[in-house]
Design a protein around this ligand. Structure first.
Ligand code: URA
Length: 442
């Protein structure tokens, strides 16, 4: 159907609700390049102010999901098995996929995942895995399917042209002040998950200073929208809203995070990260078994594959299949390491009351562990190990954290930044569960 884009912009500007045809026409205009960017940007701004109904968001998501390649991986998994994916909205020190992927696969769920590289102050799974010598992110589709069939675990850089309409709209939102629209974020994330062929999805919606969603209200609404999109698209979705005020775990930086994920698969991860990994994995097991196991049984299964070493074996098999050096998994001290490692002393004694996760993330980018320009190389060796976490008691001069840097000069600048990112006070600070809330359609 041919529609005049001006009519769509005016309708949304005045608070109207789009029909399926209107949204399909809009996305069609992106795909066939007939819709000029200035009109798309004006429409995005109208959505920013007027919002969208759940029905509109679902239709927009489906139209974007179908704007490019769509994967169907069912021929590469056992008959009747569900494809269960996970997605994190991004945070500092978020190496969850590195541990959850092997655990879910060891529990018998096929995990075929396309992951991204770092964005702004948050790292990316592919960058982290590339810390492992020889590990390859670029797999063609036949190889991706073969590995999924043979090992049950693949994590690769996105190759298929998934949701190109989202890619175009996102780039435009990025330069027109319209990224922060909850309906557009929900549609953007979910369109890629649907196109990647997930039957069921566990979403880890990060909330706090180190995340894109800074308030619980926004995180709740984003989670609710994505669950509603899943319902509308016939996919099971569970969202966990998880705390991202302080960095997740202790390690921030690529190789350091790989080592921490390995420790977690040994059952020795930092308490907050170990809990998150086990909870996300258990939700995946519940969805993968179509709710035929309850959450406590699923958690038991997850803890058993960690205890038995099955999850670690899965990581080894996956790393080997993608050309990586398994010796580094067996002995993480062989992972790339920085030449300079210096402590960040506590300026005063007391209790850690806050750690500014965003500032720690930006410090790691400044150390060379993240990108300031698309395609720039990164230094896998560098990062920050936050020894003291919120609630920890520190003595004056004791190390709050350790900076891993390429040289002494850069290290000293980072030490000052990390020190300033820590707030130390008096009294007690209680830290609750990392999982703040759970949002699911059932
Ligand atoms: N991540 C996405 O994929 N899309 C958004 O719009 C925001 C975060």
């Amino acid at each position: 159907m041919k529609l005049n884009p001006v009519d769509l912009i005016i309708k949304k500007r005045d608070g109207g609700e789009h029909s399926r045809e209107e949204l399909r026409a809009l996305i069609g205009g992106i795909v066939d390049e007939s819709l000029p960017d200035y009109q798309l940007a004006a429409w995005a701004m109208a959505v920013f102010f007027r919002g969208m109904t759940d029905a509109e968001i679902t239709e927009l998501t489906l139209a974007m999901a179908e704007s490019g390649d769509t994967l169907d991986l069912h021929d590469a998994v056992p008959a009747g098995a569900l494809i269960v994916d996970k997605h994190s909205s991004g945070g500092v020190g978020d190496k969850t996929t590195l541990a959850v992927g092997p655990i879910a696969a060891a529990c018998g769920l096929p995990v075929g995942k396309m992951s991204g590289r770092g964005l702004s102050f948050t790292g990316g799974t592919i960058d982290k895995l590339e810390s492992i010598r020889g590990w390859q992110a670029e797999l063609d589709e036949p190889r991706f399917r073969r590995q999924l069939r043979e090992i049950g675990l693949v994590v690769a850089a996105q190759t298929a042209d998934l949701a190109p309409a989202d890619k175009h709209l996102y780039a435009l939102r990025d330069v027109t002040g319209t990224v922060n629209s909850l309906p557009l974020i929900a549609a953007s994330i979910m369109s890629k998950k649907l196109a990647a062929g997930a039957d069921a999805i566990v979403l880890d919606v990060k909330c706090g200073r180190g995340a894109f969603m800074e308030t619980l209200d926004d995180a709740r609404e984003l989670a609710r929208l994505m669950v509603a999109i899943g319902d509308g698209a016939g996919r099971a979705v569970t969202a966990l809203i998880t705390a991202m005020e302080q960095p997740l775990g202790r390690a921030v930086g690529n190789a350091l995070e790989v080592a921490e994920a390995i420790a977690t698969l040994h059952g020795n991860g930092p308490a907050d990260f170990q809990e998150l990994v086990e909870q996300v994995s258990a939700e995946m097991v519940v969805l993968g078994h179509r709710h035929n196991v309850d959450r406590s049984a699923a958690l038991g299964q997850v803890q058993e594959v960690i205890r038995s070493g099955a999850a670690l074996d899965k990581l080894r098999a996956f790393v080997a299949a993608q050309g990586g050096d398994v010796a580094q998994i067996d002995d993480p001290s062989l992972l790339p390491s920085a030449p300079v490692v210096v402590p960040v002393p506590a300026p005063v004694a007391g209790v850690v009351t806050a750690i500014d996760a965003r500032e720690i993330g930006l410090t790691v980018v400044a150390l060379g562990g993240g990108r300031r320009a698309k395609g720039a190389p990164i230094d896998h060796r560098v990062g920050v190990m936050c020894d003291a976490k919120v609630g920890g008691v520190v003595e004056v001069g004791a190390p709050l954290a350790w900076v891993h840097a390429a040289d002494e000069g850069i290290a000293q600048t980072a030490v000052a930044r990390v020190q300033a990112a820590y707030a130390i006070g008096a009294g007690r600070e209680t830290v609750g569960s990392i999982v703040l809330e759970r949002v699911a359609s059932r």
